[in-house]
Design a binder for this molecule. Structure first.
Ligand code: THG
Length: 374
């Protein structure tokens, strides 16, 4: 096999407040996300996975860029772009929100962070929502300011993340609820910290305000984390598939509705009646979805990585869907995949054939998230 190509780094592939530390920690590969560097491998994807599930890692997820929406019409703008009902959101809450266009297609799946009635951060997945939100605000003449603040999320993920964070900000953080946020002091400055993150191992995200504050916070986490075997890590390709966390641009895009993505629990009537594209979702709810995201298990030994979609066919040779992410899972001792399957073949237990770049294999449709390891 030929060696993987290198990534040419420049000003366009934006560095982060932590890039120097990430380099020193031995990052082996990057991807680009929101035009910014996102580490993908430190030791190896599999070694990183085992460590993440046992200890605690510090993740440079600065690329989850914030769009700040502030001003008297902030809440109106946010509700306009998501089918999730934002009416009852509290000042200390984070909401996972599908963002859809006028055709009901997923254009992003960020976390919205409510700071006050007039101020939100939208913590983005990989697409240029700053311009969408700015354009809508200008076009509708809303009284809001929409901009990218100098705020970079730093993840602390893994089963020992409560212990490490308590060393830094005190035991109060242990009582912080899932998808809730509070402000805590680090190095004499106050930061918003939420219990959230793109893993199922538990953890926090520190919204590091001010590029210059990045390295001192990174260093403090490693100093206090020594006894917890802290390491630099990153969103892990195996762990996130096991956990059923969707990746926008991989598992779904603007050709998929949130209902097809299994995000129906974040689509509420009150939101769909107001938001852009909500009429499309209301019609889909009435008429039924044509396809749906599923967990798919693939027969045989370790699958290669799925760099472009693998077609799914039925036993009689009909094209019925595609797999968009796949991995060998050491803990499940199986190949796990995420894909979209047409409604006539989406029942759990349906047996299909999947065409990988290295040949065809048997595949079975199942739930997402996957059933827990038995
Ligand atoms: N943290 C922050 N910003 C982000 C991400 C993050 N922006 C991009 C990307 N991740 C957005 N995508 C997701 C996908 C899933 C979740 C969070 C962000 C997630 N989901 C929970 C789950 O599926 O179990 C449930 C969320 C809920 O019920 O509200 O955590 O990671 N800052």
């Amino acid at each position: 096999m030929s060696e993987a190509p290198l990534l040419s780094v420049s000003r366009r592939t934006r560095s982060t407040p932590f890039t120097r530390r990430v380099t020193e920690a031995g990052v082996k590969a990057y991807t680009v996300y929101n035009h910014m560097l996102l580490p993908t491998v430190f030791e190896s994807v599999e070694a990183d996975y085992h460590h993440l599930k046992k200890h605690v890692q510090v993740w440079d997820v600065s690329c989850e860029r914030q769009v700040e929406v502030s001003g008297p019409d902030a809440a109106m703008l946010i509700q306009w772009v998501t089918p999730r009902n934002m009416a009852k959101m509290q000042d200390d809450q984070c909401y996972y929100i599908p963002m859809i266009d006028e055709k009901g297609g997923m254009i992003n799946d960020p976390i919205a962070i409510k700071i006050s009635d007039n101020r939100f951060w939208v913590s983005l997945a990989d697409s240029d929502m700053l311009y969408w939100l700015k354009g809508l605000a200008i076009g509708k003449g809303l009284n809001v300011d929409v901009f990218e603040p100098d705020v970079s999320p730093l993840g602390v993920q893994g089963p020992k993340s409560d212990d490490l964070m308590a060393e830094i900000v005190g035991d109060d953080i242990r009582s912080l609820g899932f998808f809730r946020h509070r402000n805590y002091e680090i190095n004499g400055k106050s930061y918003l910290i939420a219990r959230s993150g793109w893993s199922k191992q538990g953890g926090f995200e520190i919204y590091v305000d001010g590029t210059d504050n990045g390295e001192p916070i990174w260093d403090l986490l490693f100093e206090k984390g020594e006894k917890y075997d802290v390491r630099a890590g990153c969103p892990n390709g195996i762990e996130r598939i096991e956990g059923g966390l969707l990746s926008h641009g991989n598992d779904m895009n603007n050709l998929n509705t949130p209902l097809e993505c299994g995000l129906g629990k974040y689509c509420h009537r009150a939101g769909m009646e107001i938001c852009i594209g909500g009429d499309v979702l209301l019609a889909e709810k009435k008429n039924g979805s044509k396809k749906m995201i599923r967990g798919i298990t693939i027969d045989g030994d370790r699958v290669p990585s799925c760099t472009s979609p693998w077609l799914l066919t039925s036993k009689d040779g009909k094209l019925v869907g595609q797999v968009t992410s796949a991995t060998w899972s050491p803990d499940y001792n199986a190949n796990l995949a995420i894909g979209m399957v047409d409604n006539d073949h989406w029942d759990h237990g349906t047996e299909l054939t999947v065409r990988t770049q290295n040949g065809s294999r048997g595949a079975t449709v199942g739930p997402l998230p996957f059933d827990p390891i038995s």
